[in-house]
Design a protein around this ligand. Sequence first.
Ligand code: MN
Length: 201
Amino acid sequence: MFTLITLPYELTALQPVISEQTLSFHYGKHLQTYVDNLNKLIAGTEYEPMPLEEIVCKSSGAIFNNTGQVLNHNLYFTQFNKLEQGAKNKEQGLFIIQAINRDFGSFDNFKQEFEQKGTTLFGSGWVWLSADKDGKLVITQEQNAQNPITKGLRPLLTMDVWEHAYYLDYQNRRAAHLQALWSIINWEEIERRYMAVNDKC
Ligand code: MN
């Protein structure tokens, strides 16, 4: 039985980048619905005792879609902190920032490629920063409920480009929304994910 994650901040904490209204619907309605659907779908099946990552690796169809969306949103919502702390963390000499500079040439190059891949992803999905088995960083576009673990990658940071993530605040301006998200990224959490050993398919 999966439960809705607890947010590590208040519903108003990410304003004006993400409004309280968007966060209330996105977290309280969209994610709650994915959690409820997932629990109904896996009840009494072989998937019931598995962690989210394992279900994503082994399932397909509606079970995959709902599990993928729960896993993706859990990683998404726990990667933010209050406005301005994102920029501050970037200056703290974190290893993940050094790795970004190493693999993309500069932090600005990384942001540019990430935003470009998020803006050009056709339809609904997610843009991800992940690490491969050697720790090299890559940016991938994933459609709908996909997660990079199915490609053998370790997911670190993501931006949700489903319209429900930004339409109330930014309407059709997806690029402006993605650009604004950098100021609320909790780089210490991204660093923790980079250093952790976690599940891959
Ligand atoms: Mn979403």
